[in-house]
Design a protein around this ligand. Structure first.
Ligand code: DX5
Ligand code: ZN
Length: 221
């Protein structure tokens, strides 16, 4: 069953506690937190203190997506707080195996994120170490952008490769996901769908989450 991860980037930050309570009640599986440093991406969101407050409050798993140049500045605390999923970007050319090892030793699911322009083959050498891969279906930095269909091929390629060497690898897709783009993603085996603007656009989060989750049955693909 696909997991739905609302991105709080599109939530009302003044009412963040209510927003989190509301998506949890609406059936969200995971809470997706977008950390942007104004350097790796041209936007700035929030950092460690807010992540800690959310982790203390939330009753569902937390997924921290680090869109930052220096993921090492975050990992120690994220491990200490037992954050459930943490991903950082392949494009920062950080010390990936070391970071992945640190996360896993602390019981945190370790993920690598890749931008739309980054070939999925570039992370093949690390697939056996990873718990999940986050495939960006928009250029990172902002919510509300249009889904880039090039990711379908990347997901299929990754699925075939992972089946051989790491069958439990989860594939998370992030950006431009709605009831039109979700069905094909589910049918080709995406495990986690992140959605921000689609879920938070109007008040009925429950219907939106259900539409995403059950969209396979409406698929014509
Ligand atoms: C974009 C973020 C996404 C974003 C998705 O850089 O990583 O998580 O919040 O937002 P939507 O669903 O609006 O594309
Ligand atoms: Zn994200």
């Amino acid at each position: 069953m696909v997991k739905i991860a609302p991105s709080i980037l599109s939530a009302d930050f003044v009412r963040l506690e209510n927003e989190i309570n509301k998506v949890q009640k609406a059936g969200a599986d995971i809470l997706h937190l977008d950390v942007m440093d104004g350097h790796f991406v041209p936007n700035l969101t929030f950092g460690l203190p807010i992540i800690k407050s959310i982790k203390d409050h939330a009753s569902i798993p937390i997924d921290v997506h680090l869109m930052v140049t220096n993921p090492e500045n975050f990992l120690k605390e994220l491990c200490e707080w037992k954050i459930d999923y943490v991903s950082f970007h392949q494009e920062v050319n950080s010390k990936e195996p070391k970071h992945i090892k640190l996360l896993k030793e602390n019981g945190v699911k370790a993920g690598l994120a890749i931008n739309p322009a980054t070939p999925v083959e570039s992370i093949f050498p690390l697939i056996s170490l990873l718990d999940f891969v986050l495939i960006m279906s928009v250029n990172p930095g902002f919510g509300g952008q249009s889904f880039m269909p090039i990711v379908y091929e990347k997901i299929k390629t990754l699925k075939i490769f992972a089946a051989k060497i790491n069958p439990s690898l989860e594939i998370e897709v992030d950006g431009g996901i709605n009831d039109k783009t979700a069905p094909k993603l589910i049918s080709i085996g995406a495990d986690i769908l992140v959605a921000g603007s689609y879920i938070f656009a109007d008040d009925d989060y429950k219907t939106k989450i259900q539409l995403l989750r059950n969209s396979k049955s409406c698929s014509t693909i």
